[in-house]
Design a protein around this ligand. Structure first.
Ligand code: ATP
Ligand code: MG
Ligand code: MG
Length: 561
């Protein structure tokens, strides 16, 4: 497993270990809400939390933060587990659900009530907003604030029993209505919600708020370093207040502390489950795992490797100020990986027929071509060659400009791993004038490996043998959004991010022809199609009688350019 490079949180941990805080324990957690699929931003948090635990001989829990029954689902729980595993991290036997703590959390709320630190409030949502005040104006106390513990206890029990409708009452922590921090102005900690929960069913009709459940779940699990994104910095005083005012009778040393880091924002995409969900539900993409999505499942289907994503998370580092990371860096990471590790192959996306008139009719031969020159032991594969071939349509121009080094009438090129050929005649469709075939000749002395192959020609083209090639569909992807920043950074406002959707983000090319070895490809293989980019089989739409390839990324690297 990977080690996370030194960052400011590691520095805090190093200090804590030195001073003996938490008795030398390091225990982190990754706490997703199962209300959608994980995205590349979550990958950053996963690498950070599991990475810090690994690097410090600590533990990392996987916790489903499932306290909001109307949005959560088993499907999301399963996808989260699969994605974390695929990224290469192991929570071992430490998979937890906040919903398993409902009874405990309830008892903590009762504790606060008994201590006069929480009360049942009946202000409407609108009134509560009014009473809360603003940054420059202190809040007003609720008329229900001075209920006795007995009265509060009775009402809270009846809330649990289901005596009141949604929204009729809430439980609030009694802290400080004049606090400079609005989160401390008697925050709501429980609400009534008559809704079925994906795990606890109808057992509960009151549910704890995130700000209440989260710190106390950390406390229950003996977490030492609770790492979250910057927007929770303002919630930290409430986090501290709760873990200090609730007696959670924890046997472990110390108590959890919250630390904030900048969330990942990536150019040309949006990064919130809610927005990604809209893309799925409105049919802008084919699903959460659409290869254009920034989800982990989308990146996996697109052909990204876990190594490349971990490498990306290492390189972006962990900062305290939010910024926009260039998508080109993510692509650079997968390109580096694939340049080293992907098998080379030839695929013709838009075929043009080419006949070698002087090549014997029924003859064929197997040419040996390197699998990967970046790797000494990658070996060679045999590629069949015969009289009728296909090359790429745009590798031929009838009337070429000066520096065109591909094929043209009377010109020579080398066919990769094969012979030097010359174009002698162009055959066109009589009706349309479209070029349908090239008549060429080959020079038998120039086969790769023979002495005659030393003759220099500028262009090297990829090709397939007509008799042996296998048909395939190829999918080319562009960015899902036309704007580098399709939404306000860190905003929860839908704005017009949907107006910035790229209508041409997918190009499907039918009737491509690929070399026969690719018929044996499996979904875990990744290829460099010569001169075209890196490709993998689509794990969903490929079937026994149809090969479908996704372009993972093109060859051209724009990182740092
Ligand atoms: P989203 O708004 O995308 O749904 P979230 O924060 O609501 O994200 P959670 O399921 O609560 O989603 O996130 C689980 C963990 O992942 C949290 O600790 C959160 O801070 C972290 N996380 C979420 N998005 C990012 C991001 N873009 N960059 C880094 N960490 C993130
Ligand atoms: Mg969240
Ligand atoms: Mg969210």
């Amino acid at each position: 497993q990977v080690q996370t490079p030194v960052n400011f949180i590691q520095n805090i941990i190093t200090e804590d270990l030195k001073s003996g805080k938490n008795n030398g324990r390091v225990h982190t957690r990754f706490p997703p809400e199962p209300n959608g699929y994980l995205h590349i931003g979550h990958a950053k948090s996963i690498c950070l939390n599991f990475g810090l635990a690994n690097a410090n001989n600590g533990l990392c829990n996987l916790r489903m933060d499932d306290t909001n029954p109307t949005k959560e689902d088993e499907e999301f729980v399963e996808s989260i587990k699969a994605d974390v595993k695929w990224l290469g991290y192991d929570w071992q036997d430490r998979m937890y659900f906040a919903s398993d703590y409902f009874e405990k959390l309830y008892s903590y709320a009762v504790q606060l009530i008994k201590a006069g630190k929480a009360y049942v409030c009946e202000l409407s949502a609108e009134e509560m907003r009014e009473f809360r005040g603003t940054l420059t104006e202190p809040g007003k106390e609720s008329p229900y604030r001075n209920r006795t513990p007995e009265e509060n206890l009775d009402l809270f029990e009846r809330m649990r029993k289901g005596e009141f409708p949604n929204g009729a009452k809430v439980l609030r922590a009694k802290i400080d209505m004049s606090s400079g921090n609005i989160n401390m102005r008697d925050p709501v900690i429980y609400r009534i919600m008559h809704a079925k929960h994906h795990r606890t069913g109808d057992a509960w009709c009151i549910y704890p708020m995130y700000d209440f459940a989260h710190p106390l779940s950390d406390a229950i699990e003996n977490i030492t370093h609770s790492i979250c994104t910057l927007e929770f910095a303002d919630h930290r005083p409430l986090y501290d207040w709760l873990v200090e005012n609730v007696d959670y009778s924890n046997e472990a040393d110390g108590r959890p502390h919250q630390y904030e880091f900048a969330r990942l924002n990536l150019s040309y995409t949006v990064m919130s489950k809610r927005k990604l969900k809209l893309l799925v539900e409105e049919g802008h993409v084919t699903g959460w795992d659409d290869p254009r999505m920034p989800t982990i499942s989308g990146l996996r289907r697109r052909g990204y490797t876990p190594e490349s994503i971990r490498d990306f998370c290492d390189r972006i580092g962990v900062a305290k100020a939010s910024n926009l990371v260039d998508k080109a860096l993510l692509e650079h990471c997968i390109r580096e990986d694939l340049n080293k590790n992907a098998t080379r192959a030839m695929a013709v996306l838009r075929p043009l027929k080419l006949v070698l008139d002087n090549y014997p009719e029924d003859h064929e031969e197997l040419l040996e071509i390197e699998n990967n020159t970046e790797q000494e032991d990658a070996g060679k594969r045999k590629v069949p060659f015969s009289r009728v071939l296909y090359i790429e349509q745009d590798d031929f121009l009838e009337d070429p400009p000066k520096k065109f080094f591909r094929l043209a009438p009377g010109k020579e090129v080398r066919l990769k791993g094969a012979y030097i050929i010359q174009c002698n005649e162009v055959i066109k469709d009589e009706q349309t004038g479209e070029i349908i075939e090239l008549r060429c000749s080959y020079d038998p002395e120039t086969r790769s490996g023979l002495p005659g192959s030393a003759r220099k020609v500028k262009g090297v083209l990829h090709w397939v043998s007509a008799k042996h090639a296998v048909p395939a569909q190829v999918r080319l992807y562009e960015e899902l959004f036309t704007k580098e920043q399709p939404e306000q950074l860190d905003s929860d406002d839908d704005g017009d991010f949907r107006a910035n959707i790229n209508q041409n983000s997918l190009e499907v090319i039918e009737n491509c022809l690929v070399e026969p070895a690719l018929a044996e490809a499996t979904v875990n293989d990744r290829f460099q199609f010569m001169r075209q980019g890196y490709f993998c089989l689509d794990s969903k739409d490929t079937s026994t009688d149809k090969l479908v390839f996704n372009r993972i990324v093109s060859l051209k690297d724009s990182w740092g350019k």
